[in-house]
Design a protein around this ligand. Structure first.
Ligand code: GDP
Ligand code: MG
Length: 600
């Protein structure tokens, strides 16, 4: 296939607008998968993706399609829609020349539709808008097309109408891709040059790299070089995703396909790296800005003996997800563990679920925190990723010049009647409203600057509940600002527990301090002695609570009674222990570490 008969495109959309379903229909249409009706989101291969119905990792598939008597090779790169994974979105865009912007005709334009459009537009890609779910009785295709016109300056009457579910209008999609999206440019006669844009680990074949071939060609046995590390590799296999890996004799200019070579670990495969052939040097491709961790959390084995096994599991899992950062951490309360950095809380949640399901790990996770900065009077600056490391009152007074926290630029879209509650939500989360505009007669778009820390906790849930599910939200990094930050400590029977410490704005100290103590009291079980809970900031106690001692043995009332009931109770207690860590004599359940995420 010469480049003029290749098209590389992706589908971008707000979450749940139907990207994966549309991908299924296109794969069926081109015979890549059979039309049994059993294929559901075939590109969502991870168990978490199937369960949650969201796409986490971008996947690709190649299709063959005939249009006007010509055969085309079409490469589809599915992308995740969630804001936490926008890094995955931008890297899949770099491998494409165009993209389908899919919009749910019943829901209309949402915050991620806007964010994804600008990502693609910024990359200079051709954008094909398509309205999906026109089969729904609640669909308003005309209105949604008008929104597209006013938000993106794309003529409403050029927008395709489809139902990815019923298949209606699907046969117009690929012709439109072929006609509107330009073929990849590049030349078969130039030296081989490829962009590595995704990589994962397969236990049988090792590291698999997805590459977009920008010039020349590559085949088995070729010796290729990584521009990033200057390491040489021998190509073991090349092929296309169909949607499973399918070996081919070569990969040529314009194609998107996989390469396996003698790479030992995915840490050698740098997303955004340029590859070329030995002795045929080329100029580097632009590459990517590395993913920045914005949410950090401590992960500790429940059973210290599991440390080594867990270490191996975390390494394997991060091989598949290079956007997770990993550092060893030791906590006085929880022992040895790791501090992991994620792109957002959903990313963190998905990682935890994969660790537990795919690697059978039993872990305790501390509350998520954003990276704070502390500027000292001597001119030095440190990043604080673990709240326990945040300076206490004494150090603050003697050495600290100022403290800073990360902000985001947020976009909110919602029906007009929620304007009051939405503006209120932003202000109560220390947000600064920048502007609000109407994207049609009754939909409002608000731009607002918010502290990242407030988004990590409960902002999104509140946005959903206060807009009855109609509000949507997306954000991008907005740099650091000075902020009056304070460390909140938690003491159990007078002893500070480092893993429960939190950093917060001074204005939240009283409320959050009380809330944390109250919630800890709820989740810490009674034991054979009283447990005193205190929260303290700046050396001053903010709140106190007591968990009264337990008087009776759990099994006491079963003496002489029903043995199965007794076994059941004991087993129940054992179950409950699974996610406990002993601190001194006090047992702390997993929930205790998340009390900072209070939803009030
Ligand atoms: P993604 O998050 O964008 O990948 O969305 P999915 O493809 O996972 O679809 C989200 C939900 O919308 C699923 O329950 C689909 O079955 C449903 N869906 C997708 N396309 C259509 C459509 O054209 N009509 C209707 N009624 N439902 C659809
Ligand atoms: Mg999906």
């Amino acid at each position: 296939y010469p480049p003029e008969r290749i098209r590389n495109f992706s589908i971008i959309a707000h979450i749940d607008h139907g990207k994966s379903t549309l991908a299924d229909r296109l794969l069926e249409l081109t015979g890549v998968i059979s039309k049994t009706g059993k294929n559901k989101q075939v590109l969502d291969k991870l168990k978490v993706e199937r369960e949650r119905g969201i796409t986490v990792k971008a996947q690709s598939a190649s299709m063959f399609y005939e249009h006007n008597g010509q055969k085309y090779l079409i490469n589809l790169i599915d992308t995740p829609g969630h804001v936490d994974f926008s890094y995955e979105v931008s890297r899949s865009l770099a491998a494409c020349q165009g993209t389908i912007l899919l919009v749910d005709a019943a829901q209309g334009i949402q915050a991620q539709t806007v964010a994804n459009f600008y990502l693609a537009f910024g990359e200079g890609l051709e954008v094909i808008p398509i309205l999906n779910k026109v089969d729904l009785p609640t669909a308003e295709p005309e209105r949604t097309a008008k929104q597209i016109e006013s938000a993106f300056e794309i003529e409403a009457n050029t927008v395709l109408h489809v139902s990815a579910k019923s298949g209606l209008g699907i046969d117009h999609v690929l012709p439109s891709v072929i006609e509107k999206i330009p073929p990849p440019n590049g030349s078969i006669d130039k030296p081989f040059k490829a962009l590595l844009f995704d990589t994962w680990y397969d236990k049988y074949v090792g590291v698999i790299s997805l590459m977009a071939i920008k010039d020349g060609s590559v085949k088995k046995g070729d010796r290729i070089v990584s521009m990033y590390s200057n390491t040489k590799y021998e190509v073991a296999e090349v092929g296309i995703m169909h949607p499973e890996p399918m070996a081919t004799t070569s990969l040529q200019v314009g194609q998107v396909g996989y390469i396996t070579c003698n790479m030992r670990s995915v840490s050698e495969a740098h997303v955004g790296d340029t590859f070329y052939k030995e002795k045929e040097p080329v100029e580097a491709l632009p590459g990517f800005v590395p993913a920045k961790s914005m949410v950090f959390s401590g992960v500790f084995p429940i059973d210290a003996d599991e440390f080594d096994r867990l270490d191996e599991s975390i390494q394997k899992l991060t091989l598949n997800d290079s956007s997770v950062s990993v550092h060893k951490e030791t906590s006085a309360a929880l022992g040895q563990g790791w501090r992991l950095g994620f792109l957002g809380t959903l990313h963190m949640d998905v990682f935890r679920q994969r660790l537990e399901e795919e690697y059978n790990a039993n872990v305790l996770i501390t509350a998520p925190t954003v990276p704070y900065q502390v500027k000292y009077r001597d001119g030095s600056t440190t990043f604080i990723r673990t709240p326990a490391d945040f300076p206490g009152a004494g150090t603050m007074q003697d050495f600290v010049e100022c403290t800073m926290e990360p902000y985001v630029s947020a976009t909110l879209i919602f029906p007009e009647q929620y304007l009051g509650p939405m503006l209120d939500l932003c202000t109560t989360h220390r947000g600064e409203i920048q502007n609000h505009t109407f994207i049609d007669e009754s939909r409002v778009m608000v731009k607002c600057r918010l502290p990242m820390a407030d988004i990590v906790t409960d902002f999104f849930d509140k946005l959903k509940s206060r807009s009855q599910g109609f509000g949507s939200f997306d954000y991008e990094e907005g740099g650091y600002d000075t902020s009056d930050l304070v460390k909140m400590e938690v003491l159990l029977n007078g002893e500070p527990v480092d893993a429960l410490a939190a950093v917060m704005h001074r204005s939240n100290v009283v409320n959050t301090g009380r809330e944390m103590a109250r919630r800890l009291k709820e989740v810490i079980r009674r034991q054979l002695f009283d447990i005193n809970i205190q929260t303290a900031a700046n050396g001053k106690v903010v709140a106190r609570e007591t968990v009264k001692q337990l008087r009776k043995n759990v099994t006491a009332r079963c003496y002489g009674g029903d043995v199965t009931r007794k076994m059941k109770l004991l087993n129940k207690q054992k179950e409950g222990k699974k996610r406990m860590k002993k601190f001194g004599k006090v047992e702390l359940p997993q929930e205790a570490f998340l009390t900072i995420m209070a939803k009030s």
